[in-house]
Design a protein around this ligand. Structure first.
Ligand code: CP
Length: 322
């Protein structure tokens, strides 16, 4: 079974993935691979196909796969036969014919992972497709928030409010994360300047658009997920650049004046310091940014096991864990 998006994912699969990922984190939220898991993928080959730049997603998938014992092949799209005109589908079919077991794909064009999923037998994991989805980012954000905010009740984030702030319109991170957070019962709000907001919130997993300013967006939020302005996805001139910093940048002063004192601050990265967020907020004691990065390795381990149907009883595994 592939992982193309979180939209429509059952609560059962979502919670199963989060619980599995949790077993790859220690008590402080750092990644760890217990001995019982270190060879689970010993006979599997994982292909990483990144057609857009990445640091966190690509490296954490590689670490995740290698720590489970898999062979990892990084296809350099810029030096492959794609440059001679071969299609992405033909490339993947050829790699599959060599015996590769799963493909992790990032592409600037929305829908490419779904197209590949329809055309090859091996599972496809979407590592971000244009403005489409970024399911493993949505999972890791949800995992970190569940860890920090859950009351461990039946609906783990019920009663909690999570606000995404910044470039909502072009964000695949929101499209995935909002679905997962809503499934766990959170209220999800979307805020930013009009030029970076969708016209309506349909298709955003039941999230609400908060119109107005930064203060309205921050008010009452238990966590705020700050987003980079994705200039590569819209024409220059569409955004009032000067007004953005003044009205929307997340600063220490803004948090002190407009947010709850115990608000958590997240960012999927890369952070552009001084643009959507001040460096002192990114480095501050309410920031969970590096905890997100740690959770990314654990989530990708859980996802690889899930799509490759490597059956592990997590309760059993954890009981023999040391
Ligand atoms: N969050 C995220 O997708 O980061 P990268 O682009 O570095 O992978």
């Amino acid at each position: 079974m592939s992982l193309v998006g979180l939209k429509g994912m059952s609560r059962e699969r979502l919670v199963g993935l989060l619980d599995a990922a949790q077993s790859f984190l220690d008590a402080s939220g750092k990644p760890r691979t217990p001995a019982w898991a270190q060879n689970l993928l010993a006979d599997r080959a994982v292909g990483l196909l990144f057609f857009e730049p990445s640091t966190r997603t690509r490296v954490s998938f590689e670490l995740a796969a290698k720590r489970l014992g898999a062979t990892v092949i990084n296809l350099n799209a810029y030096e492959s036969s794609l440059k001679k005109g071969e299609t992405v589908l033909d490339t993947v079919l050829n790699l599959e014919a060599m015996g590769m077991d799963v493909f992790v794909v990032r592409h600037g064009q929305r829908g490419i992972p779904a197209e590949l999923d329809a055309g090859v037998r091996a599972p496809i994991v979407n590592a971000g497709d244009g403005t489409g989805e970024h399911p493993t980012q949505g999972l890791l954000d949800t995992l970190v928030l569940r860890r920090r905010l859950s009351d461990l009740g039946g609906a783990e984030l019920a009663g909690r409010t999570i606000t995404y702030i910044g470039d909502i319109k072009h964000s695949r991170v929101v499209r995935s994360g909002a679905n997962a957070l809503r499934t766990l019962g959170a209220t999800v709000r979307l805020a930013g300047p009009d030029a970076l907001l969708p016209e309506d919130a349909s298709g955003w997993g039941g999230a609400e658009i908060v119109r107005g300013g930064r203060a309205e967006a921050l008010r009452g939020a238990d966590a705020v997920i700050v987003l980079r302005i994705q200039r590569e996805r819209f024409p220059a001139g569409q955004l009032d650049e000067g007004g953005y910093g003044q009205g929307w940048r997340i600063t220490r002063e803004a948090l002190e004046a407009e947010a709850k004192p115990d608000v958590w601050v997240l960012h999927p990265g890369p952070v552009i310091r001084g643009e959507e967020m001040e460096g002192e907020v990114a480095d501050g004691d309410r920031s969970l940014i590096l905890e997100q990065v740690s959770a990314g390795v654990a989530v990708r381990q859980a996802v690889l096991l899930d799509v490759l149907k490597v059956g592990v009883s997590w309760r059993q595994a954890m009981s023999r864990d040391a």
